[in-house]
Design a protein. Structure first.
Length: 103
């Protein structure tokens, strides 16, 4: 399955809705050829402000992103609750990912 071209989507969005922010975000988008799910979430938060609870339910994570999040937990020595709070996830989601991908 092909991933969306987030670079093109964000450039079009910035040109149409936020032309004043185009220069700043274009430099960020040009640095990476392929954006990960975490990059997209970070860009959304920077562009639209802090994400609200309602948007949270539409997030989906692919396997490389889940492994990156679990690696972040290991590097920073976080427990499941701290990791869930940092990424605004459920503790049950983190526990399920650990059972599914680490064991």
């Amino acid at each position: 399955m092909r991933k969306p071209n987030y670079n093109r989507i964000y450039i079009d969005l910035l040109e149409a809705k936020f032309p004043e922010k185009l220069k700043y975000f274009k430099s960020i988008l040009d640095r990476k050829k392929q954006l990960s799910v975490l990059d997209v979430i970070k860009l959304n938060e920077d562009l639209f402000g802090v994400s609200c609870k309602e948007r949270q339910k539409y997030r989906s994570y692919d396997k490389p992103t889940v492994l990156e999040i679990l690696d972040y937990q290991k590097k920073n020595r976080l427990n499941d609750t701290q990791l869930a709070t940092h990424f605004r996830l459920s503790r049950n989601t983190v526990a399920t990912w650990k059972k599914k991908f680490i064991v």
